[in-house]
Design a protein around this ligand. Structure first.
Ligand SMILES: Cc1cc2nc3c(=O)[nH]c(=O)nc-3n(C[C@H](O)[C@H](O)[C@H](O)COP(=O)(O)OP(=O)(O)OC[C@H]3O[C@@H](n4cnc5c(N)ncnc54)[C@H](O)[C@@H]3O)c2cc1C
Length: 364
């Protein structure tokens, strides 16, 4: 059996790439996605904040910056076109004390430099008019930031792939890849072996492992857990509420997210971990989360804060790295081997733009 394009991983990135490719190539076995789990999207893509980011924080000219802005615009259009649940609710980035004003000014300057639309400065009174429960000295409002439902998004993309004659195979774990001069030979756990002209590695937390199968290790992966705590008390939050981001952008700081159903949760924090499959949330962090939430919102009650879920970032930025690392989207080692490594936030926002980038730069 031979297929032209093999995409490893049916998370939002692999599915978006399959959608893009299958819109150009509609032959049988032209585009095949192999996914080790029984259903699509059970990895990082279903364990995140579901925020459509505006593109504010990322270094100017980086893929994170450019693909976030392009992806965000494409995502709003796609959600509207497919009637998917989403809300352009806006986000407040809050300086709670005059000491944080300089850092907030830095965030504003980066937003301006990055050309992010509709980011405005708010005085304390203006911010309180939007969110009366805020602890705020001054704030920024990003009107283009929003939320969506990642599962509905992936289901819609998956439908497009199959409508375009693409194939998604579940229970299909890649265990070996070899390059044989011209093509690649891919072996699955169930014993199936097939050949393919292109391998597109979108295996999320396992992407570096896949890359090593072809002897390529251009980066190291440092899994970094982000835990969330839910809030069961009453709240009036209408916007996403963020503190000043962490230095080196390891994370955006524990923030308050209202999901598409109006539920409030806090997180994610950042914790470098050894395991890529331990999703437990440490109850001992409850006080830390409560205090972070309380710093942003006045009326948070401690006993209404409870451990919720976690996700793990496939970071290629180690704890000691001095610089913010960009998405690694490159042809590595062999013509036709496209590696997508370190696709952490804003990967969900950027998915449709990443797909277009991969097609235009490596495959068209
Ligand atoms: C805590 C957290 C919060 C986040 N918040 C946001 C946010 O608010 N907004 C945003 O834009 N982004 C956010 N992100 C980032 C976003 O979730 C990811 O960038 C995106 O989901 C990555 O998708 P993926 O397809 O690369 O990975 P995944 O969804 O993990 O997909 C990879 C797939 O590959 C499969 N696979 C692995 N190995 C094999 C193999 N050997 N054979 C076959 N299949 C294999 C896996 O089973 C999996 O389904 C967040 C991430 C985290 C962790």
């Amino acid at each position: 059996m031979h297929c032209k394009y093999t995409i490893i991983g049916a998370g939002v990135i692999g599915l978006a790439i399959a959608r893009e490719l299958s819109s150009h190539i509609q032959d049988d076995m032209g585009v095949v996605v192999v996914e080790k789990e029984r259903t699509s999207g059970t990895g990082i893509s279903s364990r995140n904040s579901e925020v459509i980011h505006a593109g504010i924080y990322y270094p100017f000219g980086s893929l994170k910056h450019l693909l976030c802005i392009e992806g965000r615009r494409a995502l709003y259009e796609y959600c509207a076109q497919k009637n998917l649940p989403y809300k352009k609710c806006g986000k407040l980035i809050v300086a709670t004390h005059p000491d944080e004003s300089e850092a907030l000014a830095g965030v504003y300057a980066q937003a301006q430099k990055n050309g992010v639309e509709n980011v405005v400065k708010l005085t304390k009174a203006e911010a309180l008019a939007l969110e009366p429960d805020l602890n705020v000295h001054e704030a920024l409002l990003s009107k283009e930031t929003g939320i969506l439902n990642a599962h509905s998004l992936m289901a819609a993309i998956e439908k497009d792939v199959t409508a375009n004659n693409g194939t998604i195979v579940h229970d299909a774990e890649v265990i070996r890849i070899e390059h044989s001069g011209k093509d690649f030979s891919v072996a699955l756990k169930d014993g199936t072996v097939f050949t393919t002209s292109f391998v597109i590695n979108c295996a999320g937390l396992d992407a570096v492992k896949i890359s090593k199968m072809l002897g390529q290790e251009p980066v190291t992966m440092y899994p970094c857990k982000g835990s969330y705590f839910s809030y069961s008390g009453r709240h009036n939050c209408q916007h996403l509420i963020y503190p000043i981001p962490e230095t080196k952008l390891t994370g955006l700081g524990v923030h308050a997210t209202v999901d598409i159903n109006g539920s409030l949760k806090f997180g994610p924090d950042t914790e470098y971990v050894d395991s890529t499959d331990d999703y437990s949330v440490d109850e001992k962090k409850r006080m830390e989360f409560y205090l972070s939430a309380k710093k942003l919102l006045k009326n948070i009650e401690e006993d209404k804060v409870a451990p919720d879920m976690s996700g793990i970032r496939p970071k290629i930025q180690g704890p000691d790295d001095k610089e913010v690392k960009d998405f690694h989207i490159k042809e590595d080692g062999y013509p036709g081997f496209i590696n997508l490594l370190g696709i952490e936030s804003p990967g969900l926002t950027s998915a449709l733009a990443i797909a277009k980038y991969v097609w235009e730069n490596f495959l068209a």
